[in-house]
Design a binder for this molecule. Sequence first.
Ligand code: ZN
Length: 148
Amino acid sequence: MSEINELYQEMILDHTKSPRNYKALPTSNRRMEGYNPLCGDRYTVYLDLADDVIRDISFQGSGCAISKSSASMMTQAVKGKTTEEARRLFQEFHKMITGVTEYNKNLIGKLTVFQGVSEFPVRVKCATLGWHTLAAALTGNEKTVSTE
Ligand code: ZN
């Protein structure tokens, strides 16, 4: 088990040090800012949305390792997916991270590295910030989304 935990930690560290899709997106047609006042995490999520498909996604901002690595892996996970698929993935991710034992492990895939976060309620807000921001961007809400 500890080997798996180490592997997970390495993956989180890797995404913290070199986050994927970490840039502004010139082609974006949706943009949403997310803020977690509990930790100070603040990110902007950029979407290039066409015909209900996430053609491209990126993010930028600053925050702790968990929030940054989670947002980074989220961008990889939802790129090319339909808005419905992305919402469904967030639902499953949310179940896992809040400690619900029954969630779709096949759908979750690599995102399972964050499962341990469910033991730290304060950290759950960090791990879900990118996702909440994405969900708000998908609904086209123009306001800043906050985890509070
Ligand atoms: Zn945080």
